[in-house]
Structures are given as structure tokens and as C-alpha cells.
Unconditional design. Sequence first.
Length: 176
Amino acid sequence: MFHLLRGMHPVRATAHSQGDAPGSPVARGPKMFDAGTLRYLVLQLIADKPRHGYDIIKAIEQRAGGAYAPSPGAIYPLMHGLVGHGYVAVSLDGNKKLHSITPEGLAFLAANRAYVDAIAARVDAPAGADDDLRHLMHELKAAVLARGRAGDADAVRLDAIRAILRQARSAVEALA
């Protein structure tokens, strides 16, 4: 049985879509995490080594192959809650907060090891990450910005990039 934090609960391991209700203007891809699930991953990352909030965001993004990166608005309140439950301790590292696991946090992770490992496996191998629309959009954005800023981004190159983007947008909008 899972030992639960107040307000935390294990959830289905299957992803579900959000924002794709009939009439919704934009369908979003499957969620990487449901409510409460991210807490287990963050706690495990802090158990692996003490971390700053930004380090946690980057570690999750790296583990997910760029397919997911939590927002600071999700991470910082979550870490505050872990501190409040006694699972994480905070020390100052210059002007940043360094989060470290406590014995209570280690015990909580040990009690929920199977669930934590299942979450980590899902993050480490996101299904179809190479074909995920959000992942592909991030790759396209990176390529556009890199080519738009490379060397002397002259008007001809920028016009070519704009034309490609307009053509791509038109082709997507033409899909039935």
C-alpha cells in the first residue's frame, strides 16, 4: 500500500489527454504527470543529490529527453510542500536554496519504491518522444532560432525561414 503525504495520492500510471474536449481549439498531448506524481520524482532527484529548484527542472527535462520540463510555478510550491512535510531540508547556498533529503524523506521513498521506480521509468522512456507533437515543435523552434541567429542573419535567410513557416502552417491548417 502506498504511504501518502497529506494531499498527495498515487494516480493511474497511464497518461491521458487534456484540453481535447469537443469544441476545444487546441488538443494537447498526453500529460507526463497527474496530480501528486511529480512529487515522487522530485523527491527522488533530491535524494540522488542535493539540488536547487532550477537544477530539478533541468534534471527532469534531461531525463524526459526534452519532451517535458516542469514550470517553476509547479516545482517551487511542490518543494515548499516537501519541506513542510519534513521530507526535505533547505540550506542556503549563496543566495539560492539547496534542498536535501531528510531521513523521513528517505523512509517515504523506501515505502513507495515500486511507485517511484515506475514514475522514473515513464520519464526516462517517454512513449513516442521522437514523434510527440510538443517535442517536434520544440525541435522546430530551436532550429528556426538557431538559423535565424546564425552568423549574419541577413534578410534573405529570414525571409526564407518565414516562408517555410507560413507554408508549414498552411499545410497543417489544410488537414481535415
